[in-house]
Design a binder for this molecule. Structure first.
Ligand code: HEC
Length: 257
């Protein structure tokens, strides 16, 4: 193989490997379509997270004040609306500079749920946005499970459907196909029908889960909010640098020809 062939082979591998891993995934994922620059969505996501998830899932690598800054909230807004925990040692409300931890007793939690609820600081990276979004939309009625629900992307999950009041409870109409799979290994999307409605319309519930997914994606890599701007500066720098490099090259080589 010459150099050119080697480079082409590498480029192919770089594209094909992740694609094949993706196609081989076991569940049909819906596209979360999140927007990390949508501050309103991130703020709503933070609010839902703290109200519905934080009691079980800490975010132990995030601090409230950093979140406030990134999401465009004032410290007072965060103190008044988003900090519900107390510092057990000082018996005072948790400070704005504290890590986003909860008071969950992991041993009892492991007994209640079969497994303790994991910290979700990194779930945006380990699972990805589409997985989280699909997961939050894929709880369905299953009387054989301890909390009466199961999940198509996380079979036999230990988590109750904590957003059932909002979404309602759906039934799985068709099992996701495991046999008749297409050649690429994609599974058919499961079909749900709503059995008991919640207080939200289907669209509003999807917005809630999109905001939650957006927030968890931000949490897993807060620098993402800034990195895109650096990217633009780097491109501009490279463009200018290229011009000088080119002129310099012409200067060096002008006597050679
Ligand atoms: C009552 C406790 C409880 C609450 C509240 C709760 N969860 Fe969970 N969650 C769990 C448990 C327990 C698991 C572990 C399930 C397992 O491993 O079987 C889990 C697992 C997860 C996972 C999968 C983690 C992984 O990668 O394996 C995600 C994502 C998740 N929860 C998101 C949420 C979100 C978002 C909310 C708020 C809307 C929430 N949870 C509220 C108990 C809870």
């Amino acid at each position: 193989m010459n150099i050119k062939q080697t480079i082409i082979a590498f480029a192919f591998a770089a594209v094909a490997l992740p694609l094949s891993a993706f196609a081989g995934g076991s569940a049909h994922l819906q596209s979360a379509n999140i927007d990390l620059h949508d501050k309103d969505s991130l703020q709503r996501g933070a609010k839902y997270y703290i109200n519905y998830c934080m009691a079980c899932h800490s975010l132990k690598f995030s601090r409230y004040n950093r979140m406030a800054e990134d999401l465009g909230l004032t410290e007072d807004e965060v103190k008044e609306n988003l900090i519900f925990t107390r510092d057990p040692k000082k018996d005072k409300p948790t400070k704005i500079g504290s890590l986003m931890e909860n008071a969950l007793d992991h041993e009892s939690a492991a007994k209640w749920f079969g497994t303790p609820p994991p910290d979700l600081s990194l779930v945006g990276r380990s699972r990805g946005a589409d997985w989280i979004y699909t997961y939050l939309n894929s709880f369905y009625k299953d009387d054989s499970r301890p909390f009466g629900v199961n999940n198509t992307v996380f079979p036999n999950v230990g988590m109750p459907h904590v957003l059932m009041g909002l979404q309602g409870l759906q039934k799985l109409e068709e099992e996701p196909a495991t046999e008749g799979e297409s050649k690429e290994g994609h599974h058919a999307a499961p079909k749900f029908v709503m059995e008991r409605t919640g207080v939200m319309t289907e669209d509003d519930y999807r917005e809630v889960t999109r905001d939650l997914t957006n927030f968890l994606t931000y949490v897993s890599e807060p620098a993402q909010l800034h990195r895109k701007t650096y990217g633009v500066f780097v491109m501009i720098f490279l463009a200018i640098f290229f011009v000088f490099a080119y002129l310099l090259k012409k200067e060096y080589w002008k006597d050679v020809h």
